[in-house]
Design a protein around this ligand. Structure first.
Ligand code: HSE
Length: 295
């Protein structure tokens, strides 16, 4: 079987709404082979509720690429190993779409380029900020015109990692977007532009003291906060324990604090402060700088 590994991603990173994203070392795996019919085995997240027939997103994505490439298969056998939690703001749908598309493309001889797959995946997912880091890995800056994703990738520096606060509850992107205002003031837009530029600069120069400003945004976090109880508390305790900055991952509800690898006691300290907040699980992940790979 052909096996593809796709990383989890964290979009927006504060002010980079719909345009900045990063990949982390938490992975979904898609194995594929031609099969007489449809057979889908799921291990891990969603194994008890995701569809195991033609309605499956990975299956549909693989078939879409095979058809766009003018190829045909009798049917597919897929094995999905899901470690990225679903509907939590860590790019599980991007990983499913890309896992299916890259696996399907590989199965029929790789007729499409990664850029073509990225553009089709962005069209299907709707936003470029999750799909692009899932393809390329690292930290990506993206501009999407509804047709093509223009994407720049930078490796995430080796000296930082990500404390990921995953809650037990789901938050659908559609709901999380529904609380956003239709317009913001010119002042807010200008401030947001400065913060996003600062974030890119801080990551590229290693001047992490600017990350806290770089993660401040005017476009979504303050509106989404009402859907995510404990967000302010998590930001506060992370800062107390030396996080370089915190932001809402994608549309939420996961929250990420970026920490220096030298801050070795962060996880132990934060776990004490999160003891009473039982619905939140905290783990530390390294950045992924490889993106989607065919194993
Ligand atoms: N940029 C998107 C949002 C991420 O914040 O709604 C989810 O794809």
């Amino acid at each position: 079987m052909i096996k593809v590994r796709v990383p989890a991603t964290s979009a927006n990173m504060g002010p980079g709404f719909d345009c900045l994203g990063v990949a982390i070392q938490l992975y979904n795996y898609v194995s594929i082979e031609e099969y007489d019919g449809v057979k889908i085995d799921i291990i891990g997240d969603g194994e008890d509720f995701l569809p195991k027939d033609e309605r499956n997103l990975v299956y549909q994505s693989a078939m879409e690429i095979i058809s766009r490439a003018d190829k045909t298969v009798k049917g597919l056998h897929l094995i999905l190993e899901n470690n990225i939690p679903i509907t939590r703001g860590l790019g599980s749908s991007s990983a499913s779409i890309l896992g299916g598309m890259i696996a399907g493309n590989t199965l029929v001889g790789s007729p499409l380029t990664m850029q073509e797959i990225l553009d089709i995946a962005a069209e299907k997912e709707g936003h470029a900020d999750n799909v692009s880091p899932a393809v390329f890995g690292g930290f990506t800056v993206n501009s999407y015109n509804g047709k093509t994703v223009n994407s720049l990738k930078f490796p995430v520096p080796e000296d930082i990692c990500f404390a990921v606060f995953k809650p037990a509850f789901f938050l659908k992107t559609k709901k999380s977007r529904s609380v956003l205002p239709n317009t913001v003031s010119h002042h807010s837009a200008a401030t947001n532009t400065g913060n996003a530029a600062m974030l890119v600069g801080a990551l590229l120069t290693g001047k992490y003291e600017f990350l806290k400003i770089g993660f401040s945004d005017e476009l979504h976090q303050k509106f989404r906060k009402k859907l995510i109880p404990d967000m302010d508390y998590i930001f506060r305790v992370s800062e107390k324990h030396g996080a370089l900055g915190s932001y809402l991952s994608g549309a939420g509800p996961t929250i990420i604090s970026v920490i220096s690898k030298e801050n070795v006691s962060f996880l132990e300290n934060i776990k004490k402060d999160m003891e009473k907040y039982k619905k939140w699980q905290v783990d530390v992940y390294e950045p992924d700088n490889d993106g989607a790979v065919i194993l």
